[in-house]
Design a protein around this ligand. Structure first.
Ligand code: PLP
Length: 482
């Protein structure tokens, strides 16, 4: 999430207004014949292919993107031409080692042959039937086997998964409120866009009585009473809240590690504590594994941390980038879904392209050393970055797990590592983080510009890519602190 550059801060003056009668707003000024066009006003460099494409994007889509999180500013919003393996290429032909991987889904690598081939073959017989199909059944069986879930329903995205999981939990308990944790992100629907990584800490009130902060205008204020935001890893606050309001609370919705806040880890016993409170108070534990699922272990965070939720939400890595999600879990909770009584549905749920991609992706995970490979490369990267920052005397913490780790550049020595959204925010040196990130991009290495977004690794990433990344990191750090 790129909290510093929300559309409200747009530098409107960097745009040249279109000539009367022209359709598009363009940042490219007219150039005399034979000369490269130049970007008008904002800076005087020759226009790149990106600038030309972005002008078209800007004219056709609000801010030139299909999701606010992709807007990095007028001059910096990338336009991608293609991807293969661990790399993407922009429209100017520059290659990047991709550590964003589409915010995490591309676990095997871009355009991974086994997945592309499976999808291509499956779609020859049609895609959307809005009826149960054979690819869907095979993917469902595989998903249940890998995660230990009794049952699964497919969706098309992580947002859809959390939206439906909350409904199931509410229907199951006949309660309406739910607990979420500050700095966790669960999708773009009104229920959950509260106190996310885009919310200013200053608006969140005291950590002893947190104020729910909507992430966007347009979210009905009436929904505020349904959400109880709490600091992650705060045992005392959680216990007190559940003791006081437990009988009103349908669900505790938790990212098992803070996948939208630099991969901050759960404190020892945190997930077990949530599990116990849910059992004691009849609350549904929903683990949001949209980022961790099929990424940090074949059985996701449930396997990694050894704690099992009632309902689990998936998306991202389960389809290697194809649009798919899932809600899975225990029989008792999944069977709350009931035709005519408790709704879950969607025209495209279980469409052939997405479930064939899912089945092929999970098959590769079952048959090849995907996790061992990613973990070995990720460990080298984590250790290497830590070592470079140490040698240059830059305060920092490297957090998370090899498949998705965070690097928080600190603005001073912290007494203890950040453990939640508030402490990470006050610890972070956003300016130095951004400078390092920009330098990496110049050198062909692309983590997300927001330090809160983890570095994601894919199976296609090679040892040579790790070497290249660490060399770039060292060069950048040397240049920015000079
Ligand atoms: C933990 C978590 N849950 C839910 C979502 C929403 O998923 P989607 O973007 O597929 O709707 C995200 C997206 O980043 C996420 O990180």
């Amino acid at each position: 999430m790129f909290k510093d550059k929300l559309p409200n801060d747009l530098p409107m003056e960097s745009l040249v207004k279109p000539a009367a009668g022209s359709m598009a707003t363009t940042p490219v000024a007219m150039a005399p014949a034979g000369e490269a066009p130049r970007i008008a006003m904002a800076n005087a460099r020759p226009a790149t292919q990106r600038d030309l494409w972005y002008a078209r994007a800007r004219a056709a889509m609000p801010w030139g993107v299909s999701s606010n999180f992709r807007y990095w500013g007028e001059d910096d919003t990338p336009v991608v031409a293609r991807g293969k393996g661990a790399y993407i290429w922009d429209v100017d032909g520059k290659r990047y080692i991709d550590y964003r991987l589409g915010f995490g889904p591309v676990i095997l690598g871009h355009a991974y042959d086994a997945v592309t081939q499976a999808v291509f073959e499956a779609m020859q017989d049609g895609n959307t039937f809005a009826l149960t199909n054979v690819y869907e059944i095979q993917a469902a069986e595989r998903l249940c086997r890998m995660t230990g879930a009794d049952k699964v329903r497919f969706t098309n995205s992580g947002s859809e998964s959390t939206m439906h999981a909350l409904r199931i939990a509410r229907a199951h308990t006949n309660r309406e409120r739910f607990i979420k944790f500050e700095g966790c992100y669960h999708g773009a629907h009104d229920n959950v866009m509260w106190s996310t990584p885009n919310s200013p800490v200053e608006a969140m009130g005291s950590r002893r009585s947190p104020i729910p902060v909507p992430t966007s205008s347009g979210i009905p204020n009436d929904m505020r009473r349904l959400v109880i935001p709490l600091p992650f890893n705060d045992f005392e606050m959680l216990e007190r809240t559940v003791r006081d309001h437990g009988h009103d609370i349908a669900a505790i919705l938790v990212e098992p590690m803070m996948g939208n806040m630099a991969s901050l880890m759960p404190a020892k016993g945190w997930l077990e504590f949530i599990r116990k409170l849910c059992d004691d108070y009849g609350i549904v534990m929903i683990m949001d594994e949209v980022k961790t699922g099929f990424r940090i272990a074949p059985g996701g965070a449930q396997q990694f941390f050894g704690v099992h939720a009632d309902l689990v939400t998936y998306a991202k890595a389960m389809g290697n980038g194809f649009p798919i999600g899932a809600i899975a879990g225990k029989e008792e909770f999944m069977m709350t879904i009931e035709p005519g009584a408790v709704g879950h549905g969607g025209t495209y749920c279980g469409n052939v392209v997405s479930v064939a991609a899912c089945d092929a992706t999970l098959r590769v995970m079952e048959e090849e050393p995907v996790f061992e490979t990613i973990n070995a490369r990720g460990l080298r990267l984590m250790a290497g970055i830590h070592d470079i920052l140490d040698r240059f005397g830059i305060p920092h913490v490297v957090t998370g797990v090899p498949a998705m780790f965070g690097v928080i550049i600190g603005n001073g020595e912290a007494d203890s590592p950040p453990r939640d959204y508030r402490t990470a925010n006050s610890y972070s040196d956003d300016e130095l983080s951004s400078a390092i990130c920009e330098g990496l991009r110049e050198r062909g290495v692309m983590p997300d510009p927001d330090y809160a977004e983890p570095w994601f690794l894919c199976y296609a990433l090679s040892e040579a890519d790790v070497d290249e990344t660490l060399q770039a990191y060292e060069d950048v750090v040397a240049s920015v602190i000079r």
